[in-house]
Design a protein around this ligand. Structure first.
Ligand SMILES: Nc1ncnc2c1ncn2[C@@H]1O[C@H](COP(=O)(O)OP(=O)(O)O)[C@@H](O)[C@H]1O
Ligand SMILES: [Mg+2]
Length: 148
């Protein structure tokens, strides 16, 4: 399983940027990691890599932000304020992961799927990402792709 060590926010953003540059429609990135781990930093990088010029802010209250100015539409979901899968479904978020034309990135994904990858529509790829906080600026990022 790929593992990347980062030592400052810029290195984490750079990893996200490379994912954004190589992303294909149907990619769903699900991220686990405690508050301040760097999940949103990765999304900022993905937006850059997709050529999105808008500023990326965490959709902590709105649950979802959509960016359409890049190479592929980006959907950014943050489940921090939700606790259970039924709340996620109730909030109407399920439709997004079944859209094979977008890139979707989800913070606090374990609140929705636990440790299971979601069922995707082909040609979707699910990238399971775990960010561990090792120190003030030290992070270990592991990820693994499952293809629909
Ligand atoms: N190596 C690193 N990778 C990512 N963020 C880092 C790193 N070192 C320090 N930070 C800081 O940690 C915070 C991460 O915030 P954020 O991306 O919003 O976390 P999350 O979305 O996981 O809650 C930022 O303030 C960032 O500057
Ligand atoms: Mg965040």
């Amino acid at each position: 399983m790929p593992e990347v060590a980062t030592h400052n926010p810029e290195e984490t953003t750079a990893l996200g940027r490379s994912w954004g540059q190589s992303a294909e429609p149907g990619l769903v990135v699900g991220m686990t990691g405690k508050l301040g781990a760097g999940k949103t930093q990765i999304v900022k990088g993905m937006a850059q890599g997709l050529g999105i010029k808008d500023r990326v802010l965490s959709p902590t209250f709105s649950l979802v932000h959509q960016y359409t100015s890049g190479r592929i539409p980006l959907v950014h979901i943050d489940l921090y304020r939700l606790d259970t899968p039924s709340q996620v479904i109730g909030a109407g978020l399920e439709q997004f992961i079944y859209d094979p034309t977008t890139v979707v990135v989800i913070e606090w994904v374990e609140r929705w799927f636990g440790n299971e990858p979601p069922a995707l529509v082909p040609p979707g790829v699910y990238r399971a990402v775990r960010i561990e906080t090792l120190g003030e600026t030290s992070r270990r990022i592991t990820y693994d792709d499952t293809r629909a």
